[in-house]
Design a protein around this ligand. Sequence first.
Ligand code: HEC
Length: 244
Amino acid sequence: MKIFMTLMTAVGLIFIGHAAAEEKLQSIAVALADYLTAGRAVVADNQLLINDPSKGDKGFTPEAYEEQVNVEFRKRAGIDIKSLSPADDFGRSIIAIHDSAREVVAEAQPQINEPGKEFKGFIPAVFGKKVGDRFYRKSGITVKQTSLKFRGEYNKPDDFEAEVLRKLESSGKGNTYYEETRFGELRVLRYVVPLYIEQSCLPCHGDPAGEMDITGKKKEGYKEGDMRGAISVIAPIKCVLDSN
Ligand code: HEC
C-alpha cells in the first residue's frame, strides 16, 4: 500500500489508472497463490489413496481433481471457478492455472494408477512444481512453492524470497507480503503468502523429526499450523495472458 500512495501523490491522475491496474494484478496474484495452495491440499488429501499399492485404478482423474479443487478453492478464496469468465484478466488467469493443474493430473494418470507400488513420486510439491511450470508457459507469471528449509533444490528461495520468508516467520500468523519491484528486466509485482502445515502434511513433515517419510526424506517435526514455507508469485506488471 505504501508504494501506491507514494506514487499517487507524486504523479497525480496518471497513477490512478496505474494503481487500479496494480490492484487488479494484486487480486490475481492472491487468487493464483490460493489456487496453488488449494490444489496442493487436494493432492495431500488424496496421498493415501495415491500411495495405495493394492489398487490399480485410483479414480483420481482430472475430473475428480476438478471437483475437489472447486470445493477447496471456494473454501480458501471464496471464488467459484465455474463462475469465472475468460473475458477478463482475472478469470483468464485462474482458468489458465486450473487448466494447467488438470493437465498435470491427466499426464500423471499412468504414474498414479501403477499397481503394486506404494510411493510413486506424485506428491504436493511435485504437483506444485509442474503446475507452476505449465502456468508460466501460458502466462509469463511465476507461481512457486518455496521454503527456508527446502528439501528440493528446485524450491530454493531466491534472495528476495528468503528475506520475506524470514520476515513472515517472525511476524504474526496470517500476514502476507507484496511489493512492486524489478525482476531482471521486468517490473513485477511480487507476492508471498505463507503455507501452513495441515493434518494431511504430517505423515511427511510431522513428528518424529529425523524419521524417514514415505518419500525417503527426513521429517522436520512440524506441528499443524506451523509455517512450512510459502507460495511466491512473480507477476510482470505488463503480463500477457494469451489463451493458448
Ligand atoms: C507424501 C509426502 C508429503 C506430503 C503428504 C506433503 N509433502 Fe511437502 N514435500 C514432500 C517432499 C518429499 C518434498 C521435497 C520435494 C522434492 O524432493 O521433490 C516436499 C516439499 C515441500 C515444500 C517445498 C519446500 C521443500 O522442502 O522443497 C513445501 C512448502 C511443502 N512440502 C509443504 C507441504 C504442505 C503444506 C503439505 C500439506 C498440505 C505437504 N507438503 C504434504 C513430501 C510431502
